[in-house]
Design a binder for this molecule. Structure first.
Ligand SMILES: C[S@@+](CC[C@H](N)C(=O)[O-])C[C@H]1O[C@@H](n2cnc3c(N)ncnc32)[C@H](O)[C@@H]1O
Length: 276
């Protein structure tokens, strides 16, 4: 195995005190990082997009697994530390300084990369929604993403639970999300206030005859008033009440009882534009 200086030394040498504004909570435990890097499967020779590598803990694990990593990091202070890591793994690491929310990474890859990230939760959620809204099948092969536990629960939530909502339907209608690993807050430096979990998402077949725009219009209306009966919350959505009847869905039910398959069936029948 390649000898690398301890991450804590790298941080001290490059003055990488954790910035609250950038949502920096670093992982140092090589074993834990190795387990996260194994979640996508065999990465030997595979392309990986890592967002928010920071001082490079997860990056090390991905490189050690043989991945060819393209990493986007916003904090300029981290770039020299990542450049050092690149010297240890020649031709395996490309670092881009910038805001991942403003960069289109797709052209950076020859094939379909795996995506891995440990990000502040607002950035992570915004990127996730963008990646899940890509033309299908998407340009990425899998997502391995750290979230605060509450967000992870919302991604994998089942109907009938408080966590079930728009994010669950968006994540589940054409992909399979699962919680791959809970991560204790004490694993991070500094420790955040809440627990975390790594979510793994693999894209699946898109159901026939439904466009994302219709499904989103439906779930926005349904969960916008989640305590109301569907006949009330969907009233102003053209074709929705007829769709409930055609699908034999009781209009007195509430959004959180409607399964992902039922939302898809309803969306298919809406009389609003597809949105392309
Ligand atoms: C929670 S830290 C994780 C660092 C490292 N991956 C780890 O696991 O120890 C989040 C990292 O994302 C970076 N970051 C925050 N917002 C970003 C953005 N919009 N684009 C790219 N990187 C960002 C931060 O600078 C920080 O390095």
């Amino acid at each position: 195995m390649t000898e690398l200086p301890p991450l804590r030394d790298v941080i001290a040498r490059h003055g990488l005190s954790a910035s609250k504004a950038l949502g920096q909570n670093f992982l140092f435990d090589a074993q834990l990082l190795g387990r996260i890097a194994r979640i996508p499967g065999d990465l030997d020779g595979a392309e990986v997009l890592e967002v928010g590598p920071g001082p490079g803990g997860l990056t090390r694990a991905l490189l050690a697994a043989g991945a060819r990593v393209t990493a986007i990091e916003r904090d300029r202070r981290c770039i020299p530390a990542l450049a050092e890591l690149g010297e240890t793994y020649p031709d395996q690491l490309k670092v881009i300084e910038g805001d991942a929310l403003a960069i289109d990474p797709q052209p950076l890859f020859g094939g379909k990369p795996h995506i891995a990230a440990n990000l502040p939760y607002n950035v992570g959620t915004a990127l996730l929604v963008g990646w899940l809204s890509a033309p299908w099948l998407p340009w990425w092969q899998s997502l391995t993403l750290m979230f605060q536990r509450e967000v992870a629960d919302r991604i994998v939530a089942a109907p009938g639970t408080d966590a079930y909502g728009r994010l669950a339907v968006l994540a589940q209608w054409r992909s399979t999300p699962r919680i791959a690993m809970p991560v204790h807050r004490s694993a991070f430096t500094p420790p955040p206030k809440v627990m975390s979990a790594v979510v793994h998402i693999v894209p699946g077949e898109a159901p026939e005859g439904v466009k994302l725009a219709k499904l989103e219009a439906l779930t926005a209306a349904a969960f916008g008033q989640r305590r109301k009966m569907l006949r009330q919350s969907l009233r102003s959505l053209p074709g929705a009440l007829a769709a409930l009847e055609a699908e034999g869905i009781d209009p007195t039910r509430r959004a959180e009882t409607v399964s992902v398959a039922e939302f898809v069936a309803l969306a298919r029948r809406l009389s609003i534009p597809d949105g392309g």
